[in-house]
Design a protein around this ligand. Structure first.
Ligand code: 13P
Ligand code: SF4
Length: 311
């Protein structure tokens, strides 16, 4: 029973007492973003997790992100406010099926999106994030066959952008799949001069209308530099919190789903984390990410390759 507990003050007290760092993704609730020591995209969060000298990492994001932190910083205690914070891309790619997919393409290397389980990372050669994928792909010889999973939208985008022939795993992000082209065009008609920014997890029909495609950090940087006063944002709408904080006089509109508003594009996994659960996790040092050392070392290889190639 948390009645009467000053959650914000308790989180502050506990983070000092435990020498904890709070890392948050841009898709977290505003109050979590505001209390975090660092807010970032997947690549920046993994770099922070690796570099921190804190004893505890409180990871406010989804499970694969907290797992990544544990893989890179095994001596640290990594807690996740809600262990059920998964990801539809991870769910779409069970390790046994991914291993069979690899076996069907014995000459191909596996370039894999970070949104997957540690077991799939262990079966991969190089991990990418949306902000590092193009740079990493450009370092792989042109004649090298590549399988790319689990996001077929990001993979398709990379293939179109670079002219590479990628063998795609058929996974999708349920959040970015939910944008409606018809509703987006209606919104654009109401704001004809507003640029559209989109995350590459969106399907091609949405990306085709975007003035800028990039990771959450890339999208924020675009917003910070844009000359106009209105922006249409086709990614998880909690990122708009950072835009409104930095640019209170500008207007940011979440791209709509089929029902005409952007609420259906809230990530249900990210939304499982709350301030109350963050407080309890810091108090109890649980739920905690644990991983077998053998699996960790195998998964670390592909993550280390990413960090080296992305730098
Ligand atoms: P980035 O923050 O790396 O752009 O990734 C977004 C995402 O889908 C996280 O689930
Ligand atoms: Fe996974 Fe999509 Fe949620 Fe990101 S937004 S965590 S890709 S379900």
């Amino acid at each position: 029973n948390l009645k009467g507990v000053d959650i914000r003050a308790e989180i502050d007290r506990l983070r000092k007492e435990r020498n904890a760092v709070i890392l948050a993704h841009y898709y977290q609730k505003p109050e979590i973003q505001d209390i975090a020591d660092f807010v970032g995209d997947s690549l920046d969060l993994s770099r922070k997790a690796q570099a921190t000298d804190a004893d505890v990492i409180a990871f406010c994001g989804v499970r694969f992100m907290a797992e990544t932190a544990k893989i890179l910083s095994p001596q640290k205690t990594v807690i996740l406010p809600d262990m059920d914070a998964g990801c539809s891309l991870e769910d779409s790619c069970p390790p046994e099926q991914f291993a069979a997919f690899r076996a069907q393409h014995p000459d191909a290397i596996a370039l894999t999106y970070i949104n997957c389980s540690a077991a799939v990372k262990a079966l991969s050669d190089v991990i990418v994030t949306s902000s590092s994928a193009e740079k990493i792909l450009s370092q792989i010889p042109k004649d090298q066959p590549i399988i790319f999973g689990p996001d077929r939208n990001l993979g398709g985008y990379l293939a179109r952008k670079t002219g590479r022939d990628l063998i795609l795993w058929p996974g999708v992000c349920i959040v970015h799949e939910a944008f409606s082209e018809t509703e987006l065009l209606k919104l654009k008609a109401q704001h004809p001069t507003a640029p559209i920014v989109a995350h590459p997890e969106c399907p091609a029909v949405i990306l085709d209308h975007a003035d800028y495609v990039g990771s959450t950090r890339g999208i924020l940087e675009y917003a910070m530099a844009m000359p106009g006063d209105t922006l249409i944002v086709a990614t998880e709408p909690h990122i708009i919190h950072q835009m409104e904080k930095a640019l209170p006089n500008k207007t940011f509109i979440g791209a709509p789903g089929a029902d005409g508003n952007c609420n259906c594009n809230i990530c249900p996994y990210m939304a499982l984390n709350t301030m109350e659960k963050l407080y309890v996790a810091l108090r109890d040092l649980s739920p905690r990410i644990e991983m077998e050392e053998d699996l960790r070392l195998k998964a670390k290889k592909s993550l280390d390759a990413m960090l080296a190639m992305a730098s």
